[in-house]
Design a binder for this molecule. Sequence first.
Ligand code: NDP
Length: 511
Amino acid sequence: MASVEQAPTAQAQEATGIPVENPATGKVIATVPTFGVDEVKQVVARARAAQPAWEALGFEERGRVLLRAQKWVTDHADRIIETIVSETGKTVEDAQLAEVMYAAGAFGFWAKQAPELLADEHVKSANLLVRGKRLVVRYRPVGVVGVIGPWNFPLTNSFGDCIPALAAGNAVVLKPSEVTPLTSLLMAGALRESGVPEDVFQVATGDGATGAALVDEVDFIMFTGSTRTGRKVAERAARTLTPFGLELGGKDPMIVLADADIERAANAAAYYSMNNGGQVCISIERVYVEAPVYDQFVTSVTEKIQGLRQGPSTGAGSVDVGAVTFPPQLEIIRAHVADAVGKGASVLTGGKVGGGPGRFFEPTVLVDVDHSMTCMTEETFGPTLPIMKVADAEEALTLANDSPYGLQASVWTKDVARGEELARRVEAGAVCINDAQVNYTVLELPMGGWKASGLGTRHGAGGIRKYTQQQALLTTRLAPKKDPHMFPYSARKTGVMGRLIKLLYGRGKRA
Ligand code: NDP
């Protein structure tokens, strides 16, 4: 295992190292080992051996450990932010709000919620056959959970999924993105310091092949990343019938109705399309504005985006928009903008790759766009905001739903009842009215995509129960030597049963 505390295994050290680059400066800041198939097997075997003792600690003791980790996060916030900023090129503020604050909250949330959400459930049944019996649903940890994470939020989206898995009593092996492994290694040390026993949480650094090997070994795989790789993970997991969760891409629409608070909508459009450099699965990726307020909205949002400062984040408040973390992403963003311009779109601000040794794309506003352009149909995952004029809410809704994705959306109107009515018709796992993205911070709400945006949820009851197996327990205490339905069969008993079924269910009423 590679961590800030423990040296990588000899085998892993011998393997090819992965250089980790600061995308904002272009400098290589570390090298981490690539775990091969055998190392992944060993790591999972150690996790499997360590898991029963962790499970046996019970919710209370595990909760105490997680609360110590929560304190570690707040005590070491500056160090975590520095690590995240150095490997992603994002701003200090993006690392603070969307990563450190999330992780600190998540440790507390799952420590408190796990005992309730995974407590035995006593069930009542109307079925006469089981009258007087004790019926219980029990949640048992799956064993070893594998988490494969992306590069856009190394703490929140990658490490974050490990917290409920640990709270449930599982051991966890995390495979971070090869471009952002350092935060995960830092957190491995944090968990050890906080009292997580050795091997209960391990990090297997490496590339796609390392991730694929992990899928083969674990009892549940949680994947966050592209839809394309998500499909590969699902196919691979199918071979061993390993259950999985997928949090995939999105193309989140924003619908601005004529009666919206345009100033708030414009501020939100600027922020929720450009924060984290637009590299958020629930970024506003496309906007549909009703014709009467289109010009006002476009003018306002363009002014705000023009004023954004971009560059390496050298300290609090130094810049607004950071770097493009993942090298191939720069070309995807450039290609989407070029495709739009080639088909008649206009660039109101930005539109180009930024200068300097680091990797930047200028905050960009596109208008005169339509669904023939990739910027409106494929995930751009960068600092771009294409805005389209629509005749009315119905056209906006049709266009919003004209997508293979269904992760998240937002509707903006002062008529909140109408907004909610429209929201219920949007094909997405989450819809905000007069807001965006903040639902992600509400761990009580499920977060999961529809259509090609994913399977299953993180957060809410499903966010921890997915890391368990349900077991149904039926206990018979007082019983006759033989129940009436047991052998031997007879015409008389069959007749009585037939009349009973009719009596119970034959009147179209509830029994
Ligand atoms: P990927 O989906 O390719 O990678 C996500 C994770 O999966 C990484 O840790 C990656 O490892 C790993 N991986 C790659 N191939 C396999 C495999 N065959 N089996 C198991 N694991 C594998 O995302 P990218 O980083 O390539 O980003 C591509 C696109 O994904 C972006 O353009 C963006 O649209 C979307 N994306 C969505 C995110 C979201 O939050 N929903 C987050 C990040 C990206 P490694 O990095 O080492 O290759």
